[in-house]
Design a binder for this molecule. Structure first.
Ligand code: NAD
Ligand code: IPM
Ligand code: MN
Length: 352
């Protein structure tokens, strides 16, 4: 029995995860999986009521008792400092050592791409974002707060171990998938210590993979190239912050935040899956959110757990929804969140 923790979180997180769960259950009816979905209510609401973000024991419970975690999104205008999200989302990434942030950028239909004349074969690459270090570690402080002399320090941490393991993971993925090209982005022209480590480490590891074409970019140029020639990328590896930014660009190349799925992987332990998007307070509670990113994230999770048949069912149904324009409004359809989820479930149930 595989236990899966489900944490819908805030805003549209709850709306899209509801659809993802419906879809998982629809596949269960066709091909039962030995899983137990355990819902947990961590998020802004709980935090505001109880001050609990995520208790320390919860991380151990995940490690000991769970095979995967499915999350929605965290962020609420009533918690402007985002304290709860730091613990729940970043806490999970750090404490479970989910060092691989796997974010595929795959255009499923030409009509979704904002670029002229780009087809699914042009936008098809994978970003590996380092997920446990960088500026996200929260090292730093504020001195003389709210005075004219205020000093704010936010350190970026890059360790040899942390940089090397994500670079190696990206090379291994490239090799296993018979891909030919890997690109690494840093800002070593301006950040001469931390990003020099990235630069050296990348080319050292590259020597072990002579059949893979290894290319270095400065992150600004990579952002430009993602728009000019997305077809030139197969695999990208970069640090935590740059990976965050370029995967929003990547999401838009696929058609927007409503389509981008992601995995936070610990290759030796429990992993967490979540859509790339946030809680979208601007559309929350209106049945407007596209549930596809969450549904494709559920597919990614099932595939990771070895439930290939069920994952394939979701993949097929999502493609049919796209073909038939059974989509939410921002993609040019006329369905709400719930109706889009219903359609995918119906395809899974009826097979058409
Ligand atoms: P966002 O991703 O929530 O929204 C950006 C824009 O994309 C908005 O216009 C939104 O309406 C749209 N959008 C996002 N998801 C969509 C979907 N499924 N369907 C249709 N449109 C969608 O980013 P933001 O506005 O910068 O952040 C809102 C909150 O979410 C903040 O508190 C932020 O910190 C948090 N956040 C959380 C996560 C996470 O938990 N993984 C990720 C990103 C942002
Ligand atoms: C993401 C989000 C998070 C990040 C935020 C909410 C801290 O933007 O998962 O992409 O920056 O990692
Ligand atoms: Mn982000």
């Amino acid at each position: 029995m595989k236990k899966i923790a489900v944490i819908p979180g805030d805003g549209i997180g709850t709306e899209v995860i509801r659809e993802a769960l419906k879809v998982i259950e629809a596949t269960q009816a066709k091909n039962p999986m030995d899983i137990d979905l355990v819902e947990m209510d961590y998020g802004a609401e709980k935090y505001l009521k109880t001050k609990i973000t995520m208790p320390e024991e919860q991380y151990d419970d995940f490690k000991k008792n769970f095979s995967a975690i499915l999350m929605g999104a965290f962020g609420d205008p009533r918690v402007p400092g985002n304290e709860h999200a730091k613990d729940i989302l970043l806490g999970t990434r750090f404490k479970l050592d989910l060092y691989v942030n796997f974010r595929p950028v795959k255009l499923l239909d030409e009509r979704f791409c904002p670029l002229k004349n780009k087809t699914p074969k042009d936008v098809n690459f994978t970003v590996f974002r380092e997920n446990t270090e960088g500026v996200y570690v929260g090292v730093g402080g504020i001195f003389k707060k709210n005075t004219p002399d205020e000093i704010a320090i936010q350190e970026e941490i890059n360790t040899r171990k942390g940089v090397e393991r994500i670079i190696r993971y990206a090379f291994e993925f490239t090799q296993k998938n018979n891909l030919k090209k890997i690109a690494m982005a840093d800002k070593s022209n301006a950040m001469q210590y931390g990003h020099n480590l990235w630069y050296r480490c990348f080319f050292e590891v590259a020597k072990e993979y002579p059949n893979i074409q290894s290319k270095h970019f400065y992150i600004d140029a990579m952002a430009m190239m993602m728009i000019r020639e997305p077809e030139s990328f197969e695999v990208i590896v970069t640090n935590n912050l740059f990976g965050d930014i370029i995967t929003d660009i990547g999401a838009q190349l696929q058609g927007g935040m409503g389509l981008a799925a992601s995995g936070n992987i610990n290759p030796d332990g429990v992993s967490m899956f979540e859509p790339v998007h946030g809680s979208a307070p601007d559309i929350a509670g209106k049945n407007l959110a596209n549930p596809m990113a969450a549904i494709l994230t559920a597919e990614m999770m099932l595939r990771h757990l070895g439930f290939t048949i069920n994952a394939d069912m979701i993949d097929r149904a999502a493609r049919i929804a796209i073909q038939k324009n059974k989509l939410t409004k921002e993609l040019g359809g006329n369905l709400g969140t719930k109706e889009c989820g219903d359609f995918i479930c119906e395809v899974i149930r009826n097979g058409n």
